[in-house]
Design a protein around this ligand. Structure first.
Ligand SMILES: C[S@@+](CC[C@H](N)C(=O)[O-])C[C@H]1O[C@@H](n2cnc3c(N)ncnc32)[C@H](O)[C@@H]1O
Length: 241
């Protein structure tokens, strides 16, 4: 696994974060050391897929990056006729993801799309995973996307939504951000790396609170929204139609 040291050199002006070739080269190490519980969320996505992927339906992995969620789901799906549709708008991610998928011998077919998740015509959707991706959409685009996902689902289908979050209580936001940064330092990131990455993400990743997520999902029509994972300022919830 190539070590992430992208922000280890002082930058005069820190550019906005993007999922380019540099990031793709270190992505597995970066996400493992930057998202507490990432590996659990991925494994559990596979367990959700095992349960919710219905025969002859589509399962979506939106913002698939290098295909970690797709591979976890593929390894657990046993229902016949299931297709996984994995989407990312970063050409570099999709190129590497294609190579990774080619060396996997899972049964379910995977359609890999280089596209914006806002352009996808969702169909026959028994399960959608949005693992750490919704947070990168402009806030106003989040509800319309979730509504289209909801509309493409039969009753009983599920959404997995994993996100970095913030808190309505300012003191809690500061506290959990601080503990989170201690965890990153524990994982080998220097103070400068943590600071520069934070600046790079500032205009790009806009987190919501858990009540904002829940209220939006319920407004759209999802019946049961359950938080099943949280660690500091990261969470995953499942919502059911
Ligand atoms: C943090 S990564 C997601 C990690 C991935 N789901 C996993 O589990 O390993 C966010 C991904 O979303 C993609 N992305 C961000 N905005 C997108 C959009 N509007 N359409 C498609 N992909 C998008 C990025 O290119 C990036 O690969």
């Amino acid at each position: 696994m190539t070590k992430d040291n992208i922000f280890s050199i002082p930058q005069k002006k820190v550019e906005d974060f993007s999922f380019d070739k540099k990031v793709v080269a270190v992505f597995p190490d970066m996400i493992k050391r930057s998202v507490p519980g990432y590996e659990n969320v991925i494994i559990m996505s596979g367990l959700f897929a095992e349960r919710f992927a219905r025969p002859d339906s589509n399962v979506y992995d939106l913002g698939c990056s290098l295909g970690a969620t797709t591979l976890a789901m593929r390894s657990r799906i046993s229902a016949p006729g299931v297709k996984i549709i994995a989407v990312d708008n970063s050409p570099d991610m999709i190129e590497s993801c294609r190579e990774i998928l080619a060396s996997d011998n899972g049964m379910a077919p995977v359609e890999l799309l280089l596209d914006d998740i806002r352009n996808i015509d969702f169909q026959n959707n028994s399960l959608t995973a949005l693992n750490f991706t919704l947070q990168f959409l402009p806030p106003g685009d989040r509800e319309p996307l979730l509504k289209r996902i909801y509309d493409s689902m039969p009753p009983g289908a599920a959404l997995i939504l994993s996100e970095k979050i913030t808190f309505s209580e300012k003191r809690n936001s500061e506290l959990f951000m601080d503990i989170y940064h201690s965890w990153k330092a524990h994982n080998g990131y220097s103070e400068m790396e943590i600071r520069q990455k934070r600046t790079a993400l500032e205009n790009v990743l806009i987190p919501d609170t858990i009540p904002q997520h829940t209220a939006r999902l319920e407004k759209i029509g999802f019946k049961r929204c359950e938080l099943w994972f949280q660690c500091f300022n990261f969470m995953s919830m499942a919502a059911f139609k």
